[in-house]
Design a protein around this ligand. Structure first.
Ligand code: FE2
Length: 303
């Protein structure tokens, strides 16, 4: 087993998106090769309805997938093809925009006024950028969960993990999307296939992630899984941890336990031409997308 080094830990930054939704962005609109096949990650946990109710009115997507995971409150979704639906707490929507959709995503809070959720953007390879749009909606109650003897719980939203498989399928980047809870003080080694780019995003409690290479950091442990590692400072709420190459990560939960997303996928390694919600391979394709929007030919008729 070879533990992945930590390339970077980064706090998600406050950002305003849509029609004025206050959120935190962990990455996006920077170097898309960093976490290829993933392009963007937004944390839209919010306690004040005035900070999210304006939502994300009509906008296009082409060439990507958007993955929405709701923890509290709900998101109402509607698109120009006539698809509508509501995502409630625990639910996931995996939307393959492909050749294009125009949609709106309107959050509403729970009885306490809370709206908690995440949106991840995954890139599509050239061969699938113009594929037909597709939705995979997964109810929270349908998401497989594995529970280990030490109380570690892993919800398997996409990909395979500890013998369970998420219900989302057919995605080019072969993503693994896990919601992981590790109880207080428990140390856990979690496998992540070597060919994947991987990151963790902490959203409850805190944890120390073992770093297989970094010289800095407080040395708490000399050896984890047969490897000398440093343990960096605790990573808390809204921290992105970007991992390098290896086949596992190691985490020790802090005094209140930790909950984080562990997300990984196979890099696409193609050129990226990106403007707003449209991500293609070339500038010419990008210009074509915006011409299509102006001309009303963005949405391809269903065959
Ligand atoms: Fe969207």
């Amino acid at each position: 087993m070879s533990l992945r080094p930590i390339l970077e830990t980064r706090a998600a930054q406050p950002h305003i998106e849509g029609a004025g939704v206050k959120l935190h962005r962990a990455f996006g609109f920077q170097d898309p090769s960093e976490l290829d096949p993933f392009l963007l990650f937004d944390d839209f946990r919010n306690e004040r309805p005035e900070d999210y109710l304006r939502g994300f009115p009509w906008h296009p997507h082409r060439g990507i997938e958007t993955i929405t995971y709701v923890l509290a409150g709900s998101v109402e979704h509607g698109d120009s093809l006539g698809n509508t639906g509501t995502l409630g707490a625990g639910d996931v929507q995996w939307m393959t925009a492909g050749s294009g959709i125009l949609h709106q995503e309107m959050p509403s809070g729970n009885t306490k006024g809370q709206m908690h959720g995440f949106q991840l953007w995954g890139n599509l390879p050239a061969s699938q950028k113009m594929t037909a749009p597709r939705y995979q909606d997964v109810k929270g109650t349908e998401i497989p969960e594995v529970i280990d003897d030490d109380g570690t719980r892993v919800k398997v939203i996409a990909g395979g993990f500890w013998g369970k498989r998420g219900l989302v399928d057919g995605i080019a980047a072969d993503p693994q999307y896990l919601d992981v809870y590790v109880p207080a003080g428990v140390r856990k080694t979690l496998p992540v296939d070597t060919y994947r780019r991987a990151f963790a995003y902490v959203f409850e409690g805190e944890a120390a992630f073992a770093d297989a290479s970094a010289p800095q950091g407080v040395l708490l442990e000399k050896e984890v899984a047969g490897q000398e590692v440093n343990i960096r400072d605790l990573s808390g709420d809204r921290t992105l941890v970007r991992f390098g190459t290896g086949d596992a990560i190691n985490v020790q939960a802090g005094p209140e336990g930790v909950r984080f997303l562990l997300i990984s996928g196979a890099p696409i390694n193609e050129p990226v031409a990106w403007h707003g919600p449209i991500v293609m391979n070339t500038q010419a394709e990008l210009q074509q997308a915006f011409r299509d929007l102006r001309n009303g030919t963005f949405i391809k008729p269903a065959h």
